[in-house]
Design a protein around this ligand. Structure first.
Ligand SMILES: [Zn+2]
Length: 184
């Protein structure tokens, strides 16, 4: 988890993130198909619009998880990061969030958190970390390196992501779980 402080001076640190942002209903936006054909794909406005046409407007306070199915590559570093040159992170290639989509989710939809099953909410080629800067400026924390998103329905699950309460922390490891309604 990245706390807003990670990319925003004066942003919330790990222990200040409200509980209701870390235990909240989740929606899962599936961009697996696009990521499979373009490993530098970034979540677009049209992906959110397509999701909302089917599932309705994303509610304020939701946790928005983007599914690329990238976690299937782990622990193959070359496949997961797009490059495995030691000490050089300048040639990474994996999908992430686009700037406009990040702005829509955090600024307009007022979501509680955003997350993805790749190494970063910013795509691998990013040099300006714009998705991080936008979410941090809106006080929204990020979840990265998620896995098992395929086990979640598009709507209806409850995510629980409680990091260690590090005072002044800019983020930290977090065990993320989701409760999924059982269909009897
Ligand atoms: Zn990050």
């Amino acid at each position: 988890m990245d706390a807003p402080l990670h990319f925003s001076k004066g942003g919330l640190s790990t222990e200040q993130i409200p509980l209701e942002n870390m235990i909240a209903p989740a929606v899962v936006i599936d961009i697996t198909e696009f990521a499979n054909s373009d490993r530098n794909y970034r979540l677009k406005l049209s992906d959110i619009e397509a999701f909302e046409r089917i599932h309705g407007r994303i509610a304020a306070g939701s946790i928005v998880l983007v599914k690329t199915n990238w976690s299937r590559h782990w622990p193959d570093a070359l496949a997961y990061f797009g490059d495995d040159t030691k000490g050089d992170a300048s040639n990474l290639q994996f999908p992430g969030f686009g700037a406009e989509a990040t702005r829509l989710l955090t600024d307009e939809r007022k979501v509680a958190m955003i997350g993805i099953d790749t190494a970063s909410i910013d795509f691998g080629k990013s040099k300006d970390f714009i998705a991080h800067r936008i979410s941090a400026a809106q006080g929204v924390a990020n979840l990265e390196n998620l896995t098992n998103l395929a086990a979640l329905p598009a709507t209806g699950s409850l995510v629980i992501a409680l990091p260690m309460k590090i005072e002044g922390g800019s983020g930290g490891p977090v065990r993320v779980v989701a409760l999924v309604p059982r269909s009897l």
